[in-house]
Design a protein around this ligand. Structure first.
Ligand code: SAM
Length: 221
């Protein structure tokens, strides 16, 4: 599915989120800057927007890893054009079976990726394994807004307008129908913090963004 939409993925992100996704990634960047990790792994990196943003605040090596060669190819091109190309390595790989030694990274990040894991438990356990003790995990993911009125307006857009626009621009009917369905079915807030704790992370906290449309989860190994 992601190989199919990779060509238009970035443009769709900007249009469908009305540019808000950039603000969300910048919020992750500010949070990562507070910990000042020296190296970082971004799983489900896709076209690399998060790893490129985080390179501004991580001084050492960064790795972007994704299952989809199509998404990754776009990301590689963007990394090559960036001033960070010498520090960012982009590789095809599975978050549920990471090709790294345990305790390798000061920080592990993922944006809009965990919801797509086939096995969430296995994916989080692998992310935890490669995080060094005392290192941090940053998960940016869609969530369900709590305010009833805002939720009604937002869900009308998310369930009815977004899939049509997504289909029109990407030419893929399934991808943007799958998006609202997968968000509805995915644990958010305290339920997702419980998944992080289950995976072995501690001191988890959640930061709702834009009325809870998305949430940034931060936890420590
Ligand atoms: C919605 S995109 C997010 C991309 C990027 N992080 C962003 O914020 O734009 C989800 C990505 O997760 C990747 N993905 C899904 N399951 C994966 C897995 N098990 N291992 C690695 N990547 C995976 C997909 O290939 C896709 O590129």
């Amino acid at each position: 599915m992601f190989d199919n939409i990779s060509g238009r993925y970035d443009a769709l992100n900007r249009i469908l989120s009305m540019g808000i996704d950039i603000r969300w990634r910048n919020r992750v960047m500010r949070e990562v800057a507070r910990q000042a990790p020296n190296n970082l792994l971004d799983v489900a990196t896709g076209t690399g927007d998060l790893v490129l943003a985080l390179a501004k605040v991580v001084p050492g090596p960064l790795v972007g890893l994704d299952l989809s060669p199509g998404m990754l190819e776009k990301g590689k091109q963007k990394v090559q054009r960036s001033r960070f190309h010498a520090r960012i390595e982009m590789m095809v790989g599975d978050s549920e079976n990471l090709p790294f030694e345990s305790d390798s990274f000061d920080a592990v990040s993922v944006a809009f990726g965990v919801r797509n894991f086939e096995n969430l438990e296995a994916g989080l356990a692998e992310m935890q394994r490669v995080t060094r003790p005392g290192g941090m995990v940053y998960v940016l993911e869609f969530s369900k807004p709590k305010n009833r009125l805002f939720s009604k307006v937002y869900l009308t857009y998310f369930k009815h307008v977004l899939p049509r626009l997504g289909k029109l621009i990407s030419g893929d009917a399934s991808a943007y129908t799958y998006l609202p369905e997968s968000v509805q079915a995915f644990p958010d807030g305290d339920a997702f913090l419980a998944c992080l704790h289950e995976a072995g992370y501690k001191e988890g906290r959640s930061i709702p963004l834009t009325g809870g449309i998305a949430t940034l989860y931060v936890a420590k190994k």
